[in-house]
Design a protein around this ligand. Structure first.
Ligand code: SD4
Length: 317
């Protein structure tokens, strides 16, 4: 039994589900659904971890990562370390549709976006500035550098090599409060699939850091002949295992979506038993599944679903 069309997204970002569903109803295009759903979170700053004004890096700047993938044509557009442009998923789609490339990064991605008519503006807000200044006052703890020591007198950096690691350095502080991402899958009634992600990454990241979200097969993957998947969590760890690609390939080989999700998570757990992360996936008939790692900071993972059997987005866990 098929329950297509389907929209499914990470976390309880209900308005994103609704926006994607509405886009699917009006244009019938799964790419519109993914773009509009992710864009809704960019505008609403879902959880402070998507869009502007969240996750300031070590210099206080917010930078964005996004990805969109067409599961019919296997075209992809991605942006990473995007600066000063709020609509990262829109820029990702422009990379896909207005260039022969797959991914643009950093300052050059922003220049491309401006050329395409996206408005350049400061992504800093009072809130992100406050998070940043509190972090400085706390002498840069937590931070994501290893084998370095911030100079306590200078409060934050310059960082330099030290013989001994301080207790906190190198300890990962990723948790449900410090970051999450919208990952969204849309499938139309004919089984056409698209998937995408949008995030502002990780609070206090080293400038230039790119997470899993814009990496194809890590943050998301879609192949209309097999299935689609999207991931959220500790991107530095998760991207090493391409969990979205793995889940899709497992579904291609006949795995049920829930089993595919669990297997993708288990693969990561073999090496990082308490990593923080989750994945959603759906197959060609619109059956879906999700799995998370029961890390200390994530005991339950919530996601949203809307399909032909529901009048409005439904929260699942
Ligand atoms: C990242 N995966 O940049 C993103 C953030 C996230 O749940 O998904 N957090 O690592």
């Amino acid at each position: 039994r098929t329950s297509l069309p389907l929209v499914i997204n990470t976390w309880p970002f209900k308005s994103a589900t609704a926006a994607a569903w509405d886009a699917l109803q009006s244009s019938g295009l799964v790419l519109d659904a993914v773009e509009k759903g992710c864009a809704r979170c960019e505008i609403e700053q879902c959880d402070g971890t998507v869009g502007f004004g969240g996750s300031p890096d070590e210099t206080g700047e917010t930078t964005l990562d996004a990805l969109i993938m067409n599961g019919n044509t296997m075209e992809v557009g991605a942006v990473a370390d995007l600066r000063r442009i709020k609509n990262a998923i829109g820029v990702a789609r422009a990379v896909m549709e207005r260039t022969e490339h797959t991914m643009l990064v950093g300052e050059s991605a922003s220049v491309f976006a401006e050329n395409m008519g996206f408005v350049a503006e400061d992504l800093t807000t009072n809130k992100s500035l406050n998070v940043f200044t509190q972090w400085l006052k706390g002498n840069c703890q937590p931070n994501y550098r290893k084998n370095v020591n911030p100079d306590p007198l200078k409060s934050c950096g310059p960082y330099g090599p030290v013989a001994m690691q301080t207790q906190c350095n190198g300890v990962r502080h990723v948790n449900i409060h410090s970051h999450d991402t919208i990952g969204l899958i849309a499938i139309d009634k004919d089984g056409h699939m698209a998937a995408g992600t949008s995030t502002n990454g990780l609070t206090h990241k080293v400038p230039g850091r790119v997470g899993d979200s814009p990496i194809i097969g890590a943050g998301a993957y879609a192949d209309s002949s097999a299935g689609a998947a999207a991931a959220t969590g500790d991107g530095d760890i998760m991207m090493r295992f391409l969990p979205s690609y793995l889940a899709v390939e497992l579904m291609r080989n006949g795995a049920d979506p829930s089993v595919a999700c669990k297997s993708a998570i288990s693969r990561i757990k073999r090496h990082y038993s308490d990593f923080f992360g989750a994945i959603i996936c759906a197959n060609t008939t619109g059956h879906y599944g999700a799995a998370c790692n029961k890390a200390p900071s994530l005991t339950e993972f919530h996601f949203m679903v809307q399909n032909s059997e529901s009048d409005s987005p439904v929260l699942k866990s």
